[in-house]
Write a protein that binds this ligand. Structure first.
Ligand SMILES: *Cc1c(COP(=O)(O)O)cnc(C)c1O
Ligand code: SF4
Length: 340
């Protein structure tokens, strides 16, 4: 028998394999970027350790310790500072809890913490100290939350959040949304996720099938902070999510040293739009312990929002918002007209 000599075919990794292969050691991250570890600055050991998928690292600029994607994931010694006014639960989320894993702050919509795990650990994350373990209810973690939702006809929209809800398997997601869509007053499902951004392979055939199977409209809110995060794989994932019938929006966190620049933010809006995603919110960083070095002062944030509004069509300008405990909605910070 004659066999052609062929190269073994490159078998695409599943997202689970890619997740398991994520970088968790600063030394390895430094090597991947062609930098000595010392060039990264003072790297800290924290209870919220480094975690970043390799496909996201591939979008960082080699040899640049100030890379905006690197800064989002690298645990620096600054995190260990504890300035006054920063706490573990800046949004007082514990007060918004209606059932284990179910938070309601605003009328008509409630947020379900579908899982605590994420593909990436974002250093500025406001849920980094959330007591997830205490959110597990006995006898199935969502049972009580589903009962509360079913008993409250005012809850028209359920937001799957976390952690990252797409850390759940397609089968688990499907089981959860089947239970939700059996509740007649649930009219919309929203998914807040960073997974398609940091791990585009997560948008696999099963996920798209799940999106297509949902009997109510779905909104997928991505979390992209910098135009360098948008590559061909993310654009393809977005096209597939849209083809599966979901509306795609984006929220960005305004981060000093990452995206606190009108040109960068304008490019982000334009490139999101070209990928079929509309900008939704630009969030002021929450006062969570460990994130003070990312804070952009309000005046500067408002000036950046004003500069964006002066450069872009209205539908490409995200609303600059902050979350204030006890407020009835996110609080909009009005754009300032002076150019920054
Ligand atoms: C941010 C948030 C929402 C969503 O608010 P929208 O303005 O509808 O995007 C809903 N519930 C909770 C608990 C939230 O923190
Ligand atoms: S993906 Fe979202 S929830 Fe997870 S660490 Fe990042 S910001 Fe936090």
């Amino acid at each position: 028998m004659i066999t052609a000599s062929v190269q073994p075919r490159q078998i695409p990794a599943t997202w689970q394999q890619e997740l398991a292969d994520a970088i968790t050691r600063p030394q390895e991250l430094a090597e991947a970027l062609g930098l000595p570890l010392e060039a990264l600055g003072a790297v800290a050991e924290t209870a919220f350790p480094l975690r970043v998928p390799r496909s996201f690292v591939a979008r960082m600029r080699p040899g640049d310790p100030r890379d905006p994607l690197l800064r989002q994931v690298l645990p620096l010694a600054e995190e260990l500072l504890e300035p006054p006014g920063y706490g573990a639960d800046p949004l007082q989320e514990r007060a918004a809890q209606r059932a284990p894993a179910l938070l309601q702050k605003y009328r008509g919509r409630a947020l379900l913490i579908a899982t605590e795990s994420c593909a990436v650990h974002c250093r500025y994350c406001f849920r980094r100290e959330f007591p997830y373990a205490a959110q597990r209810s006995e006898g199935g973690r969502w049972r009580e939350a589903l009962e509360v939702i079913a008993a409250d006809p005012s809850l028209e929209e359920i937001i799957l959040s976390g952690g990252d809800p797409l850390s759940l398997s397609n089968a688990r997601l499907s089981a959860l949304t089947s239970a939700l869509t059996r509740i007649p007053h649930v009219r919309r499902i929203r998914v807040h996720t960073r997974q398609p951004v940091v791990l585009p392979s997560r948008v696999d055939a099963g996920l798209l099938e799940w999106l297509r199977s949902l009997s109510v409209p779905v909104v997928v809110v991505l979390h992209v902070n910098h135009p360098n995060e948008i590559d061909a794989a993310l654009r393809a994932a977005c096209a597939n999510i849209r083809a599966a019938g979901a509306t795609l929006l984006n929220q960005t966190v305004l981060l000093a040293g990452v995206n606190d620049d009108a040109t960068v933010l304008a490019r982000l809006s334009q490139q999101l739009f070209e990928a079929g995603v509309l900008p939704y919110y630009l969030h002021a960083v929450d006062h969570v312990r460990g994130a003070a070095h990312f804070l952009v002062p309000d005046e500067r944030a408002r000036a950046l929002a004003g500069a964006l509004a002066s450069r872009l069509p209205g539908y490409l300008v995200p609303r600059l918002v902050r979350e204030l405990p006890g407020a009835e909605s996110k609080t909009v910070l009005t754009p300032a007209s002076a150019a920054p």
